[in-house]
Design a protein around this ligand. Structure first.
Ligand code: NAD
Length: 261
């Protein structure tokens, strides 16, 4: 095995990977030698250019496949079109914040579809491919909100607790096979999803954006530091290593101590 490229010859599909954590995980897996399939619901020149730049930088095959993770058929078609799936990273996710009595039904449905149901559909198609290949890794990007709750995030918290549950089921259904399923539970990571919440939070509390980050966003993260996409990617690479062969059906928190509170 090439120690610098331990994932050479493996194909990784990362849903929702033209930005943020998904892109960071795709880059780290490619750095470790994996061929990668990037995905989102858009089909822009920049999406394909991202894949091309990863291929060039890390000397791997990288493709971008458009598929809307809110649609079951497109979730399934993504895996089929990729043609191989040794490592499946279910990462696509959106957020909406509102009290339950005001939470729009269409936002609830979209969050459950993208953040939870998509992982069921992709996993269902990927598992036979992993069985045929004799090896597989399912890595679900859950959240600290998969283990604990916050007000006004009903759909997100429900979806993230759900993804922790489906991770355990996938692990039990593959327990006797060389396939593992685990969930990574990040605390706050400074990605577009979080950055978009900062101006409103600052305005709401009459703070500067920097104060809002430290005092409000990172309030529950005892380290007072954001986790990074590279740390999440590194954890994904670890979960693909032989050291992690017996780690299955569990969660790994990357949250600066949030869930220790
Ligand atoms: P992001 O907004 O930067 O990225 C979300 C990705 O999902 C993007 O690539 C977007 O294009 C894609 N996406 C959205 N809707 C889609 C759809 N219908 N079909 C396909 N792709 C779609 O956000 P992020 O912070 O990188 O979040 C990625 C994952 O990490 C999410 O599941 C999120 O819940 C989780 N997470 C994020 C944080 C954080 O602090 N940023 C913390 C814990 C968990």
């Amino acid at each position: 095995m090439d120690l610098a490229k331990p994932l050479k010859g493996k194909t990784a599909i990362i849903t929702g990977s033209n930005s943020g954590i998904g892109l960071g995980v795709a880059r780290t897996l490619a750095e470790a030698g994996a061929d990668v399939v990037l995905n989102s619901f858009t089909d822009e020149t920049e999406d394909h250019a991202l894949a091309a730049s990863i291929a060039e930088e890390f000397g791997v095959t990288a493709r971008y496949i458009k598929a809307d993770m809110s649609k079951p058929d497109e979730c399934r078609a993504l895996i089929e079109e990729a043609g191989a799936c040794d490592i499946l990273v279910n990462n696509a996710g959106i957020q909406h914040v509102a009290p339950m009595e005001e939470f729009p039904t269409e936002k609830w449905d979209a969050i459950i579809a993208i953040n939870l149901s998509s992982a069921f559909h992709t996993t269902a198609v990927a598992l036979p491919m992993m069985r045929a290949a004799g090896w597989g890794r399912i890595i679900n990007i859950a959240s600290a909100h998969g283990l604990t709750a916050s007000p006004y995030k009903s759909a997100y918290v429900a979806a993230k607790h759900g993804i922790v549950g489906i991770t355990k089921v996938a692990a039990l259904e593959t327990a006797k096979e060389p396939i593992t399923a685990n969930a990574i539970c990040p605390g706050y990571v400074l990605t577009p999803l979080v950055e978009s919440q900062i101006p409103d939070t600052a305005k709401k509390y009459g703070l500067t954006e920097e104060e809002a980050k430290q005092q409000i966003i990172l309030e529950r993260q005892p380290s007072k530091e954001f986790a990074t996409t590279e740390q999440i990617g590194g954890t994904a690479v670890f979960l693909c290593s032989t050291a992690a062969d017996q780690i299955t059906g569990t969660t790994i928190s990357i949250d600066g101590g949030w869930t220790a509170l």
